[in-house]
Design a binder for this molecule. Sequence first.
Ligand code: PLP
Length: 413
Amino acid sequence: MNAAARNLYDVHDVRKDFPILHQQVNGHPLVYLDNGATSQKPRSVIDAVRHYYERDNANVHRGVHTLSERATNDYEGARDTARRFINANHRSEVIFVRGSTEAINLVAQSYGRPRLREGDEIIISTMEHHSNIVPWQMLAGQTGATLKVIPISDEGELDMDAYLKMLGPKTRIVSVVHVSNALGTINPVKAIIQAAHDAGAVVMLDGAQAAPHLAIDVQSLDSDFYTFSGHKVFGPTGIGVLHGKRALLEEMDAYQGGGDMIRSVSFEDTTYNELPYKFEAGTPNIAGAIGLGAALAYVSNLGIDAIAAHEQEVLEAAVSSLSEIPGVRLVGTAKHKSGIVSFVMDGVHPHDIGTIVDGEGVAIRTGHHCAMPLMKRYGLAATARASFALYNTREETDALAAAIRKVKEVFHC
Ligand SMILES: Cc1ncc(COP(=O)(O)O)c(C=O)c1O
């Protein structure tokens, strides 16, 4: 099925769009496999941000002068691009935030805090990033609600039977990751949402690791809230998207007070602006939003299905070459996986793996990946993680395997 999609782009052509990839690191060509942490930026994104600062820099929404109009048009144009990217029903449902972390905090505080009571339940899973744990813990502390955690199998798949049993009349919010940053597991989010809705709960999806790899359709998913971060999908840092269903956003309180989120202010009373501005207090990250718009256009242009097909090939190559190395053990072997390989090596700390492969020009991440409860589930303090993006090649997985063999030489294991 992937043959047609595979032909849609030549990865070596695509790499030409990413200036940073063409450099030597420690005397070797850079092999950048830390895309789960942050991804590299195509020239079109860099140019969009530069163009904004060189030609159009002005504050949005408030000015009648030409530069302000241009800036506003580009900022709002980026919102339209983001709306199309996730197939949201309406642009007013697309809120610019700093990233997934801010979006989850916003939902916890603006939706959850006034609604949850003692005895209510919030469900998350064992494989969540800290950004999808701590905001709910804080909410539970503020409201007396209880946090429940869906267990996972050794392969790194959610225990759906346990989840279904957990759901009940007390469940108010389910918040799970679409794609795990530490394991690469693609969760069955449609089934998760359906079951939560049957129980009367709302669902937040953390799509930070899904947006660069999978088609997202919030209408077909029927998610109540969905978020992703710009910097992981080839856009700038400090910008991301929260999608929320309009009816929910309408009835929620503002998250922060300040400029732009108001319709009128007196010392006695304030009325809020319409959506999405009610949730965008203060001068937004205008350049970031414009850069994100360019990034999403880049991804859409290449075709997310073609990207997914390409990355599956790279993932399979990585899994097969790493599995052949004695002493390497993969962590997270779910049936449905995105381009992430976590692994450990007998007798070598992951930080030493990371340092030695860096000497070979290969950038990977080592540590707990902001998922300490998940590491605990596997009895590990840390793993090494290679995470792939649309510009990685099979040859780079060979370079990774060669660098890992070097680690074995150094440690005589
Ligand atoms: C699954 C997941 N959720 C949330 C986040 C937090 O994203 P950000 O730091 O961009 O807010 C990350 C970042 O690594 C992530 O991988």
